[in-house]
Design a binder for this molecule. Structure first.
Ligand SMILES: *Cc1c(COP(=O)(O)O)cnc(C)c1O
Ligand SMILES: [Zn+2]
Length: 444
């Protein structure tokens, strides 16, 4: 990939080669600092995540003027189809060394589902087929672990509701890093197996995600490991922007009028918003109105509750009760900023019951051919509510962010989509069985 970066497009004369080489290593990165989201103080690009003055979260900041000078649609389109085609807007210094093939998942137009929901123009951003662990978390882990290596970490770790654990385990294994993943002990069996298989250290905590996360903060301070969503969080979080960049590019360099995003900590929603704004800022996209909407499960919906009550105070949920474990974060770290993104874009939030989640999973499968995990059911069910209430007008373009594969949460849906009809290997039995099926009646 090295040869494709835009700062290398001009060919240096021999006389200036040495000088340019020095400038180039200097110029390797467009990622300039970490910056406090509250006070704007700048910090060095280290494994830190909180402002010392006001405890505001630190976020990656870039040299946008320089990026605007060289990044454009043609440059991006000429690059390999992965999330790293937007590399100037991702927070590492060198080449990605972990997850170089992550991203560029399909954006599919879903006309049958659109008709079912009563809308004109509907797309699915299908991260159920993200590489290598079938969820959007491969995006954040690719950035976090590439940065972890640049910062010299040998051991990486995370607190996870399941998908992050899978992705850290797999990507660390491929990169030869030692990994520890801490999860609530009651996670879905498939998600636990899909961490264990990589030889990672899986530690189940008797408690909810918030307790897992608190423990991880203590461990991170003590052991000096690279904690993907603690001390590496500014890097991790930026990876989510790639989903927004891809949506806009795949839609023909346009921002969808409405984007519906599932919320756990709220980070993905804020980063899709940031991605759209950055593409406008560097001149890749034209300015146009857009709204980002948030989706949660009713059994753990602190952000959508706050949004519906029109307050920016996110009230923690101490005992999440939902089949949607991947979104069950009672104290969402980015809840406040997710509310701000929705407010700034005229977006709304919804939440849905477990029963509605199962309906949503089946709708997506039956009308779009995509098998999503419970979080996908949340997105579809909440989108339906936003459409039916008029918050998303029926004739405007809509993208649903579908973030994880259904095979990861099979137990949630297993008893809710019927049973196979079992017969002996006999044509007579088959004919008796299907005699009343409509497919048979129309053939006869
Ligand atoms: C992590 C995750 C999200 C979003 O998480 P945020 O913390 O809000 O960024 C959405 N869907 C799935 C399946 C996830 O695993
Ligand atoms: Zn600050």
């Amino acid at each position: 990939m090295r040869g494709t970066f835009c700062f290398q497009q001009s060919v240096p004369s021999l006389a200036t080669l040495a000088e340019i080489t020095i400038n180039m290593s200097d110029n390797q990165t467009y990622f300039s600092n970490l910056k406090c989201r509250e006070c704007g103080r700048l910090y060095a690009k280290e494994a830190i995540h909180i402002c010392e003055f006001d405890f505001g979260p630190l976020e990656a900041d870039y040299d946008y003027a320089r990026i605007a000078g060289c990044l454009n649609r043609e440059v991006i389109a000429s690059r390999p189809q992965s999330m790293w085609r937007y590399r100037e807007l991702l927070p590492i210094d060198g080449e990605p060394t972990v997850g170089a093939q992550v991203g560029f998942t399909p954006l599919v137009r879903a006309d049958r589902l659109a008709r079912h929901l009563g809308v004109d123009e509907l797309y699915i951003k299908n991260d159920t087929v993200n590489y290598p662990t079938l969820s959007f978390k491969d995006r954040v882990v690719s950035v976090a672990l590439s940065r972890a290596r640049e910062l010299g970490f040998q051991v990486v770790a995370c607190a996870s509701t399941g998908n992050l654990a899978n992705s850290v385990a797999a990507n660390a294994a491929a990169a030869g890093l030692t990994s520890y993943v801490l999860i609530p002990a009651n996670l879905e069996k498939s998600k636990i197996v899909a961490s264990l298989v990589y030889g990672t250290q899986v530690i189940g905590i008797q408690g909810a995600y918030d307790q897992v996360n608190r423990l991880c903060s203590e461990i991170a301070g003590k052991y000096g490991w690279g904690f993907v969503n603690v001390n590496l969080r500014p890097y991790y979080a930026e990876g989510s922007k790639s989903m927004g960049f891809e949506i806009a590019e795949q839609l023909g360099w346009k921002i969808p009028r409405h984007t519906v995003v599932p919320m756990a900590s709220g980070s993905l929603l804020t980063k899709i918003h940031k991605a759209y704004k950055e593409f406008i800022k560097v001149g890749v996209l034209e300015e146009a109105p857009f709204s980002v909407h948030g989706a949660q499960a009713s059994g753990c919906s602190p952000i959508s509750e706050a949004k519906k009550k029109n307050t920016d105070i996110v009230k923690p949920v101490s005992n999440p009760q939902t089949i949607v474990k991947s979104l069950a974060i009672g104290t969402p770290a980015d809840g406040y900023y997710a509310l701000r993104s929705m407010a700034q874009t005229g977006g709304s939030a919804e939440d849905c019951t477990d029963e509605e989640v199962l309906r949503g999973i089946r709708d997506l499968a039956e009308y779009a051919g995509i098998f999503a995990e419970t979080a996908g059911g949340v997105t579809v069910a909440c989108a339906r509510k936003l459409i039916d209430s008029g918050k998303i007008p029926r004739h405007e373009s809509i993208v649903l962010c579908i973030t994880g594969h259904g095979l990861k949460t099979q137990e949630a849906i297993a008893d809710h989509c019927g049973e196979p009809r079992v017969i002996n290997p006999s044509l007579r039995e088959f004919e008796a069985l299907v005699a009343n099926d409509s497919a048979v009646q129309t053939t006869a």
